[in-house]
Write a protein that binds this ligand. Structure first.
Ligand code: COA
Ligand code: ZN
Length: 312
């Protein structure tokens, strides 16, 4: 099995994770969450989203959080933005890199962003111009790239056309998002290969959800085609509140542990990350199922039973 020797993990728990939680997480706790993540070795941390507080009440304190986090050199602090108003707020708060968002499918775009895809594209093109003038790099996250919970299959040609138009409009990177875990490995491999052949100059990130248990296997499929950038959320938090059936992102600790087993460098230290994951049920006020935390890393071996020493 072959793929790149080194990958980057973008931790999206503070944004994709907290946007859907029922419990209100205090601003101080969000800042502490991001600060703890900063010590783990992530390339990027998606700190929050500058969306309408009516649409995403959980992240209404975006500016406070972004201003108050401790910036660790080498970590890029990003935020999700859907419109020009979001860009203005994100710039004011000192966001390093913008992650613009729109959907590949029409119905999810309307449900999530209350705009048609054409309206969203025009909004994003305007953001790309403004951010370009401000010298702030932009990535675009394309939701429902592998399927839409309303419209079903999304043709790969539609995804690629949109990606190309956004790259032409100035996006430095594109994230292909599997919003509700509809992707499967051969589909992921095919779209990632097509993308890298067609748009070699655009940084490709893959954003997976584990809704149907295929997130890790999809990550391997993407890695085998040469993908080096993955979004993931600590504890497997996450989900889009405007996509029926949405559930958690690929677990950061699981993807880090898996690639470490395979000898692929992620730059992320598992031990401090597991400490953070241990505290997540307290942060979001609900129990989380976390097999890796329960079992420990694969070489966390156990003492043999005492009777073995007597018998052998
Ligand atoms: N930041 C803060 N407030 C914003 C905002 C932003 N980026 N964009 C709009 N608003 C405010 C407006 O000022 C207005 O406030 P008012 O009612 O007090 O006057 C209100 O929100 C509605 O504005 P409008 O432009 O009509 O937006 P909308 O209701 O059509 O919603 C979006 C459009 C894109 C702002 C909204 O759907 C949204 O934020 N969606 C994000 C969804 C999301 O993050 N999903 C999960 C991640 S994929
Ligand atoms: Zn997501």
């Amino acid at each position: 099995m072959k793929g790149p020797p080194r990958i980057e993990i973008n931790e999206v728990g503070p944004r994709d994770g907290l946007q859907i939680e029922r419990a209100l997480v205090a601003t101080d706790d969000k800042v502490a969450f991001v600060d703890a993540l900063s010590a783990c070795g992530f390339a990027r941390i998606e700190v929050t989203s500058f969306t309408s507080p009516k649409a995403i009440p959980a992240l209404a304190d975006a500016q406070d959080v972004m201003r108050r986090i401790a910036r660790r050199p080498g970590v890029v602090y990003t935020a999700l933005i859907p419109n020009i108003r979001g860009l203005e707020r994100a710039l004011e708060a000192g966001t390093d890199e913008m992650n613009l968002v729109m959907s590949c499918s029409e119905t999810h775009n309307r449900a999530n962003l209350r705009m048609t895809r054409d309206q969203s594209f025009d909004e994003l093109a305007a953001i790309l111009r403004r951010a370009g003038e401000a010298g702030v790099p932009c990535n675009v996250s394309l939701s429902t790239a592998f399927g839409c919970p309303f419209d079903g299959d999304v043709p790969a040609g539609d995804v690629m056309r949109l990606a190309r138009r956004l790259a032409d409009a100035g996006a430095q990177g594109i994230t292909l998002c599997d919003t509700t875990g509809m992707a499967y490995p051969t589909q992921v491999a095919q779209l990632c290969e097509t993308f890298q052949r067609a748009l070699p100059g655009a940084a490709l990130t893959v954003h997976l959800h584990n809704t149907r248990g295929m997130a890790l296997v999809n990550a391997v499929a993407a890695w085998q085609t040469g993908v080096t950038r993955f979004d993931a959320a600590a504890g497997g938090l996450g989900g889009c509140p405007y996509a029926p059936g949405a559930s958690g992102n690929v677990n950061t600790e699981e993807i880090v542990h898996m690639f470490a087993c395979m000898g692929v460098a992620t730059g992320v230290a598992l031990a401090p990350l597991l400490d953070i994951v241990h505290g997540l049920p307290g942060l979001v006020q609900r129990a989380l199922t976390n097999p890796l935390l329960a079992a420990g890393p694969r070489l966390a071996t156990h003492q043999p039973p005492a009777w073995l020493a007597e018998r052998f």
